[in-house]
Each structure stands twice: as C-alpha cells, then as structure tokens.
Design a protein around this ligand. Structure first.
Ligand code: IPM
Ligand code: MG
Length: 364
C-alpha cells in the first residue's frame, strides 16, 4: 500500500521525536511491504521563523493532499521565546487551532493507559490503581470556548476581556456518535462530562448526548460534572472507559489523566474528522527545556504513528506490531530519563527509536 503522510516536526523536541517515529514507521513499512511518502510541513514557531505566520495556506494545501498528518509538537517557552511577543493570532498555538478548524478535526482521542511495566511511575497509591486503568478521553476539538468570539477592550478606563462558549447540537451530536462508536469496541461505557448545573451549553450537551445514546442500547451512558470528574480521576480512575467532553474541559482533564498514568511521555493522540483523515500527535508538549539534547521520550509519537496506521489506513496488524514493540522494549528494561527507575537501562531518544525499530516483527 502507498501511504501519503504529511509530517510536522514542529518546535522544541518535535523534530527529534518525529525522526524516531519515522524510523519505526519505515521499519514497519519495510516488513509489511508498504511504501511511505512523507512531505514535511511547517507549523507553529518553525513556520513563524520562515513565513512570519504559524500556518500558511500552502501548508494546509499540502496537508490536504495527504491521507494523514503525523505531528511532533509546537510552541516554545513563552517567557523567553520571541514568538510570544507577537499578537495572539500569530503565535504558534494559533496555527494548531487554525489547522484543526481548517481540517474539521472535531474528535480528539486521547488514551490514558497505565502500563503495567511503568506502574511505579504512577503517582497514585497502589490501593487506588489496583488492576490498572485504560481510559479513552474524547475531546470535542473545533468548537466551544477556544473558537468563540473573543475580545479585549477598555470601557470607561476599565479593561475587560470576553470569550464565548457556543455549541450547536450538530457539533455535539457528531462527537457523541464517535464516542459511542468507540465505546462499542471497548467496555461499552460513556461518561459524558459537563457543567450542566451552571452552563446552558452543558445542558444542551447533556440533552443531545442522551438522544444519541438511544441508538446505542448496549452502551451505558452516565453524566458527570467536570469538577467531580477531576476528582474522580485521582480517586478511582478504573471506573472510566470512554470520557466524552467539550473542548476546554477535555484539554484540562486529558492533561490530568495523562499525569495520573505517571508517564505523559507515553501517551498518543488522534484528531479525526468525518473521513478517514486524521492528525496524530503525542499528548505532551514541545518541552523546549530539553530540546536538542537527545533525551526526549519518543514513545508517545511512535504510538501516535500506530494510531495513524489503525485509524487512517486500516492497518491493524502493523499498528499492533508497533504497540507490541513498545511493550517489549519496556519489558527488556529500556527507559528514557522521564520514566527511568532503579535497575533499568537509561537510553536517549535516538537509541530508543533504534531499539523500537529492531523489535518490529511481522504479525502474519
Ligand atoms: C492541547 C494543547 C493545545 C490545546 C494548545 C497548544 C493550543 O494544550 O493540544 O491540549 O489547548 O488544544
Ligand atoms: Mg492541552
């Protein structure tokens, strides 16, 4: 099969982790007889440095010619980077938001899994983690507060800022359908998270989610208020299967869930639209403080590449091979600095990529 992939190395550790994901993808393609065509695309700070803007029309055009996008990370250290002296709509993050909107990537899948081999890194007590947990957070990604009207003005000498949170029922329905479809392939439970005791947008969210649930009688739907959910994630994470929520709640809760696994450097993500097209990136950020030192953990990006093979190209066996390689490398005792523990072997980013590529095996 021919795979057309747009690659966004981005900023900070992005280029390093993308290089390792490509190593692993190339080895997988070799073994299974596929041909990958990569096209590099600039986004975020890397695009600002060359074009003065975080996303160009040309970049969107190139991405549209591809079947999927593999992304590293974007953004820098706001305290020191010149990118953050630009107007808000010209900063790196604005490029990513605009790209999500342009491609209509409304469903953001963020798995938060406790890896058995890394249970030591989990900050929760053993009696809480018990048999581990495997949560799929589905965050609405192109609506709500991050895309509503916003402005800052001065009225009678008083500064005032406004952000608007708008959802229509179609936006809620399509992401809810994705969440229920995914729950059907998992443990058949959806926890829809909102703030329906205060917000109108949440009350509509709840009503539409209930309508969608009628088409999925085998899936249990429960509603949970966002503040309670933040607490339940550290009190009893194993109660969750699929968490469905709006844009800002999902942004916050997915960071919390990933930290609860103790290994944010391990967590992948997929952003999907209504076709097979998707953008795949690690859940972590660009970590400018460790960029260029060959110490970043490339596993989240490698696992994002596996999600890409699964969701955009329907290559389940190939994706399984990559996920198995990750488990084997951990069993073999190799760790990057972020997940190191006593009696394990510490390796850098590039060596980790080599070790993973070596472990890709054919699953026929
Ligand atoms: C994320 C990030 C982005 C978001 C930023 C970089 C705009 O935090 O992907 O979670 O808020 O969506
Ligand atoms: Mg975030």
């Amino acid at each position: 099969m021919e795979l057309r992939i747009a690659c966004i190395p981005g900023d900070g550790i992005g280029p390093e982790i993308i290089a390792e994901a490509r190593k692993v993808l190339d080895k997988t393609a070799d073994i299974y007889g596929h041909k990958i065509h990569y096209t590099d695309v600039l986004l975020g700070g890397a695009s600002i440095d060359v074009h003065g803007v975080p996303l160009t029309e040309e970049a969107i055009h190139t991405i549209r010619q591809s079947a999927a996008v593999l992304m590293g990370s974007i953004g820098g250290d706001a305290a020191v980077s010149p990118w953050y002296r630009l107007a808000p709509q010209l900063r790196p993050e604005a490029g990513l938001l605009a790209l999500r909107k342009a491609l209509d990537l409304f469903a953001n899948l963020r798995p938060a899994i406790l890896y058995e081999e890394l249970a030591d890194a989990c900050p929760l007590k053993e009696n809480i983690i018990g048999g581990g947990f495997d949560i799929m957070i589905i965050r609405e990604l192109t609506g709500g507060l991050y895309f509503g009207e916003r402005k800052t003005e001065t009225e009678n000498g008083v500064r005032k800022a406004l952000d608007t949170l708008v959802y229509d029922e179609k936006e809620i329905r399509r992401v809810a359908v994705k969440a229920f479809d995914i729950a059907m392939k998992r443990r058949r439970k959806v926890t829809s998270v909102d703030k329906a005791n205060v917000l109108d947008s949440s009350r509509l969210w709840r009503a539409v989610t209930e309508e969608v649930a009628k088409d999925y009688p085998e899936v249990v739907l429960e509603h949970m208020l966002v503040d309670n959910c933040a607490m339940q994630l550290v009190r009893n994470p194993a109660q969750f299967d699929v968490i469905l929520t709006e844009n800002m709640f999902g942004d916050i809760l997915s960071d919390e869930a990933s930290m609860v696994t103790g290994s944010i450097g391990m967590l992948a993500s997929a952003s999907l639209n209504d076709s097979r097209f998707g953008l795949y990136e690690p859940s972590h950020g660009s970590a400018p403080d460790i960029a260029g030192q060959d110490i970043a953990n490339p596993i989240a990006t490698v696992l994002s590449a596996a999600m890409m093979l699964r969701y955009s190209f329907d290559l389940d066996r190939e994706a399984d091979s990559i996920e198995d390689a990750v488990k084997t490398v951990l069993k073999d005792g190799f760790r990057t600095g972020d997940i190191i523990s006593a009696d394990k072997t510490q390796v850098g980013c590039s060596r980790m990529g080599d070790l993973l590529a070596e472990r890709i095996a054919c699953k026929i």
